[in-house]
Design a protein around this ligand. Structure first.
Ligand code: TXA
Ligand code: MG
Length: 314
């Protein structure tokens, strides 16, 4: 472990400026940003070249901290007490007053939280006193880095700092368990095994079980309640407008502008919050202006397309 307390202080200063840093966890290296900042989270997607806004794991320093942001049910509490700190990620409902960026939830009402066991990750979280959103520190479509040198190969030149904690002990990502239903569901297998979870939590839902709230919808995505019309160049009388850029068609109802200057980074940071505002408006439906299909615009368009398509039932 070569990172000094000064290195950690420097990393925290960067995080507070909204910058990203890479840091080791016991599973793989993470690409970390302030989970309270839409802007920092948008930067994570930009740096990874992710064509989609997948929800991200929020790393916390304690169960108490996690409890500020999400609601634990009994089983989730038992699992956290048993496996935290460690490679278990729990997907839980956001609290009503949850301050975490909506972009870490990809617009949904849930957040994946985990308390990492790596001493350097813990030192970072303690010094920062903020929740840290961190996907694996690789570019999209590539394998997760388990050494600082891998991170440099993947992201060198794109981020300001890599905290070197040596090779990761576990080397595969955390187990992700959806705890929002009556019965836990493993969304991603990892180093905490199904048997270990069953021993503590009882039987899991299988894909055939009626206990799953909405089969086939587990890797769900945000969709507004109102119909959403894409690539709008005019606005109908009963539509609210999700605008982009300065050249906005005439309209009468509520408007939210993703980025008046046409900045895709700003648009990504605003996307889910603004969609929610428009969904809560008096308009009958929502019209979204075209977004350029480049950079973060690819992920924005991916999510808009999904939001415009009603979820399919199995
Ligand atoms: O070991 C790990 O988990 C590493 C280290 C850095 O902590 N992180 C990691 O993050 O692997 P990422 O972003 O590469 O993977 C996160 C996984 C994805 O499969 C994502 O779909 C799922 O967690 N996930 C995150 N938030 C979710 C949510 N609200 N609902 C359902 N799945 C979620
Ligand atoms: Mg990953």
């Amino acid at each position: 472990m070569t990172a000094t307390p000064e290195d950690i202080k420097k990393a925290v200063a960067l995080l507070k400026e909204g910058k990203l840093i890479a840091f080791p966890t016991e599973t793989v290296y993470g690409l970390g940003g302030n989970a309270l900042s839409d802007d920092a989270v948008a930067e994570i997607f930009a740096v990874k070249d992710r064509p989609q806004f997948n929800p991200l794991i929020v790393h916390v320093r304690s169960l108490e901290d996690a409890n500020h942001h999400v609601e634990f049910n009994k089983t989730a509490l038992v699992l956290a007490r048993k496996f935290w700190p460690g490679p278990l990620t729990l997907v839980l409902p956001r609290r009503k007053d949850c301050q975490l960026s909506l972009l870490v939830s990809a617009g949904m009402n849930t957040v994946a939280v985990r308390m990492p066991a790596h001493p350097l990750a813990q030192a970072l979280l303690h010094e920062a006193q903020m929740p840290i959103a961190a996907p694996s520190a690789n570019r999209s479509g590539r394998i997760s880095p388990t050494e600082a040198a891998h991170v440099r190969e993947e992201l060198g030149g794109r981020i300001t700092m890599i905290l070197d904690g040596g090779p990761c002990q576990i080397g595969i990502e955390s187990t992700v368990v959806d705890m929002t239903g009556n019965v836990p569901v493993i969304l991603r297998p990892g180093s905490v095994t199904e048997e270990q979870i069953v021993e503590i939590a009882g039987p899991l839902a299988s894909s055939k079980s009626s206990d799953i709230k909405s089969p086939g919808m587990l890797a769900s995505h945000y969709a507004p309640n109102k119909p959403l019309r894409l690539n709008a160049t005019h606005v109908n009388i009963d539509e609210a407008l999700l605008a982009f850029g300065h050249n906005i068609p005439p309209n009468t109802l509520q408007v939210e502008n993703l980025s008046p200057t046409g900045n895709l980074h700003e648009a990504a940071a605003n996307l889910f919050r603004m969609l929610r505002h428009l969904d809560a408006s008096h308009a009958k439906s929502i019209a979204a202006m075209p977004i350029p299909e480049e950079g973060l615009g690819i992920a924005i368009n991916d999510r808009l397309k999904r939001a415009a398509t009603p979820p399919t039932k199995e």
